[in-house]
Write a protein that binds this ligand. Structure first.
Ligand SMILES: [Zn+2]
Ligand SMILES: [Zn+2]
Length: 229
């Protein structure tokens, strides 16, 4: 069967629905897209991307910095509210890979053009083999690939992780400890400016770990995530 017919058949049997309101027609309808809590670039912290940190950032001031690793400079697209969480969950855990394109397009709009001309490549941390088995795809690779396509840069897996415990079950300080030394970037030799992509910033520990691993290979990085807690 020609692929357009297959697509038409799939669309009839399982119509595309909005990840948030279930309305048929698109992966994220216009009304829901308009109601998302976008982080305002002019109000956000220029260092860590926290939504209200432009003048004084309580996420990365000196006191906070003692309690969690920081990753800078970082921008995120949305505040991590119930809607952002639902989009990420539909993408990652319900297997709606096409939502990666929607998320990547939103992320590309918050990245400064100067970052894109500065960077040589987009990179990401491949999901663990266990997570790929569970989800059926590497959510990080698909998102980073879609983002790279949006901004016209190559997407290369430069960072890898080695058998760390699942972050989701850990508290803040445990997360930081779990991250320490968890990432390596053996393939980053020869790169010195990359944009690293991730879906959600929780404490910044993962991003700081990625940035660290790249920095050990003399590779500077800027960071972009879809949503930020
Ligand atoms: Zn909707
Ligand atoms: Zn900050």
């Amino acid at each position: 069967m020609p692929s357009f017919l297959m697509q038409a058949l799939c669309e009839t049997l399982w119509p595309t629905r909005c990840a948030l309101c279930d309305e048929p027609g698109s992966l994220l309808c216009a009304r829901c897209t308009n109601e998302l809590r976008y982080i305002d670039y002019y109000q956000a912290c220029p260092t860590c991307g926290a939504p209200w940190g432009r003048i004084q950032c309580d996420a990365c001031n000196a006191v906070a910095a003692q309690h969690k690793p920081l990753a800078a400079p970082c921008v995120s697209c949305l505040e991590y509210d119930a809607c952002a969480a639902a989009i990420v969950k539909t993408y990652k855990d319900k297997g709606e890979q096409r939502l990666g394109d929607v998320m990547a397009a939103m992320m590309a709009r918050v990245v400064r053009p100067s970052w894109i001309s500065w960077a040589q490549a987009v990179t990401y941390v491949p999901a663990t083999p266990e997570a790929v088995r569970r989800r059926g795809f590497d959510h990080a690779q698909v998102l980073a690939g879609a983002f790279a396509h949006e901004v016209g840069l190559p997407c290369i897996a430069l960072v890898e992780q080695a058998g760390a415990a699942d972050q989701r079950a850990l508290g803040r300080s445990q997360r930081a400890a779990n991250i320490a030394g968890r990432f390596r970037a053996p393939r980053a030799a020869g790169f010195d400016r990359v944009i690293a992509v991730d879906d959600v910033t929780t404490t910044g520990a993962t991003l700081a770990g990625i940035q660290d691993a790249l920095a050990r290979m003399q590779c500077a990085s800027r960071l972009v995530t879809f949503a930020r807690v």
